[in-house]
Design a protein. Structure first.
Lengths: 138, 487
């Protein structure tokens, strides 16, 4: 079973790819993270689950199994990848479209075995990251 | 005719055409098929019509290595054999089960699934099954709607027919069949060249001794006892009868059973009714979830399936997870209230070091007892684990729920609760090559012209389903061959 584990270095590579800046430096990446952290997308994703307390409970367990902690911005980047710009736009203009895209990505995760195993439960990477985001967001 | 070996005069020589040793599912099926034929049949059963502790104790033996049921509780030694206590789950082996698979060492039957098809039809009658294969129980029960072909719902017939009770009348009223109860075969006797069996020596627990002479002999005492009797009959051939290439007793196979996963449905009213067995002795059907043949091929796995066996209310974490799963799967208004434990069962790969052998200790009749060494292979555990991973993928993909895997990828061994189905197979394996098996495609021992073996001990590979329907089909096929030999 393939389980997606992303360290900080590969995460930064993902962030660079997401913004189409091929030669992004660490300073720009940090700025990007701050933008994501404060952006509407992060807020919207953190509110994806109606029962946010339940999602946070799952998210806490998901984060426990990681070697390195993740903050909200990093989780948003892992979730959105190269969809970040579009999703960020939908987060304000069309939240239903964003939710549909998340559900489709969640289904594709299972298709392609992008799993996160949390307390033995085989979850899609997307649902696990959404829970993680709920647990680290205010 | 029903007789009691305890009343046979000591030193007698009983003459017959066919001597069947053992009146379990295989032996009774043979006797039923031969009933009414011109052949004289002697059916020798160690036990009586009811359970008798002293007779059952003849099954005692040693379990070495991996934990297993004690050998005197893993089978039943009386008329009807282990059908006196089985669950009655019946299904034919699949097409792939008969094939030589390059990822399974020693796989491949000498014939294809088509060869057994007409005998499966007849076996259904003996097993008390309807002429058509199983259909769903009740109205409204439906298979889980997966979105791809990787996992299939397979319907199994369930009818715990007690062969001893249900077929007793048909066997004992047959004029050409003499059934001897309390007749323990303790040795197969051969002339000095060992190429044929002349008689079997029979003993009773009361001290009686006599012989049965026949043209043909059929061992039908189960996979452990068939091997025991062949190995113990070593006066002429020191390694035992049919054991020129050291296969007798090897490749002992079971169906490893373990609670392998927990299923959390995406919504409360997801029905698993189709996957529940009918209650008590009621005939019916039960569904299981198994890998498709295409998936077995592409993933290079053994056959495996799983089914819900119990359920439990949700602890806190799982309650939270149920809310999350229901939400993302668009079932927010009715989250699951309970989780279901799935019992996984898989085919065991043939493994020569998994074996039955004789030990010094002897039973009340002077026969050496056996030691069972049940050994599993890496592919067995990998197949069970991977099949549940694939199930997890397909359940998630279809929005049906999530699976918690209880078999760790990193665990060095099986969990403590590993069990089996009390399905004993493989110890006198079938092969066209005398150097690769004990019996040929007709179930005749390669090196003995008039000795046949009936039962699941001849299975070269086992599939994942219970062996009874297949061993009955093989017994019917053997009966047809014996009738032709007579002709």
């Amino acid at each position: 079973m393939r389980s997606q584990r992303t360290d900080r270095r590969s995460f930064l590579r993902t962030a660079a790819k997401a913004t189409a800046f091929a030669a992004v430096g660490p300073g720009l990446a940090s700025a990007l993270l701050s933008c994501a952290r404060d952006g509407a997308l992060g807020h919207r994703l953190a509110l994806f689950f109606a029962d946010r307390k339940a999602a946070a409970a799952v998210g806490v367990e998901m984060l426990k199994r990681r070697d390195e902690p993740l903050d909200a911005a990093e989780i948003v980047e892992l979730l959105a990848g190269d969809q970040w710009t579009r999703w960020n736009e939908w987060s304000t203009s069309d939240p239903a479209q964003l939710a549909a895209a998340l559900r489709e990505q969640h289904r594709l995760d299972f298709d392609e075995e992008r799993f996160e195993v949390v307390n033995g439960w085989v979850l899609s990477r997307t649902e696990a990251l959404l829970c993680a985001l709920a647990s680290v967001s205010d | 005719m029903l007789l009691d070996a305890r009343s046979v005069p000591g030193g007698s020589d009983i003459e017959t055409d066919i001597c069947i040793v053992g009146a379990g599912a295989a032996g009774i099926s043979l006797a039923l098929e031969l009933a009414g034929s011109p052949l004289r049949v002697a059916l020798l059963e160690s036990g009586g019509l009811e359970s008798e502790p002293d007779t059952q104790a003849l099954y005692r033996g040693r379990v070495f290595g991996r934990r297993y049921f004690s050998l005197d509780t893993a089978r039943t030694r009386r008329f009807g054999g282990s059908t006196n206590c089985w669950q009655g789950i019946c299904a034919p082996l699949s097409r792939l089960d008969f094939e030589a698979r390059e990822w399974v060492v020693n796989s491949g039957w000498p014939f294809s699934a088509e060869e057994l098809e007409p005998f499966y039809v007849r076996a259904r009658r003996i097993c008390g099954l309807p002429s058509e294969p199983a259909s769903p129980n009740g109205e409204g029960a439906s298979a889980l709607p997966f979105q791809g072909p990787a996992i299939e719902t397979r319907l199994l017939d369930v009818h715990p027919r007690r062969f001893g009770q249900d077929h007793r009348h048909a066997v004992t009223r047959a004029r050409n069949v003499r059934t001897y109860l309390h007749a323990n075969v303790i040795e197969l006797e051969t002339p000095s060249d060992g190429g044929r069996i002349t008689s079997v020596r029979v003993a009773t627990l009361e001290g009686g001794r006599f012989s049965v002479r026949a043209h043909w002999f059929v061992l039908a005492t189960g996979a452990i006892e068939n091997a025991r009797l062949l190995l113990a009959s070593n006066r002429i051939r020191s390694a035992g009868i049919g054991n020129e290439h050291d296969w007798v007793g090897r490749n002992f196979m079971e169906h490893p059973h373990v609670v392998a996963a927990v299923f959390l449905p995406s919504y409360a009213d997801l029905s698993l009714g189709l996957y529940e067995p009918p209650g008590g002795q009621t005939p019916g059907s039960m569904a299981v979830l198994g890998l498709s043949e295409a998936t077995q091929r592409s993933e290079r796995l053994m056959s495996a399936f799983t089914r819900p066996v119990s359920h439990a209310d949700l602890p806190d974490f799982e309650r939270a997870l149920a809310s999350v799963v229901g939400d993302i799967d668009n079932r927010r208004d009715r989250p699951a209230q309970r989780a279901h434990f799935f019992l996984g069962q898989c085919e065991q790969a043939p493994n020569p070091s998994s074996r039955v052998r004789l030990i010094e200790q002897r039973d009340a009749l002077g026969m050496p007892r056996v030691q069972l060494e049940w050994r599993l292979s890496d592919i067995d555990q990998r197949s069970l684990r991977r099949s549940h991973e694939i199930l997890a993928r397909e359940l998630g993909r279809a929005g049906l729920g999530r699976l918690q895997l209880l078999l760790s990828e990193f665990a060095p061994d099986w969990p403590e609760d590993l069990g089996g189905g009390r399905h004993h197979m493989g110890t006198t394996r079938m092969s066209d090559d005398p150097e690769r098996g004990v019996v040929d495609r007709n179930a005749r021992v390669h090196s003995v012209s008039n000795l046949f073996v009936a039962g699941s001990s001849v299975f070269p590979t086992s599939g994942a389903v219970g062996p009874t329907l297949t061993l009955v089909a093989l017994a019917i096929r053997l009966a047809d061959q014996l009738k032709q030999l007579r002709a």
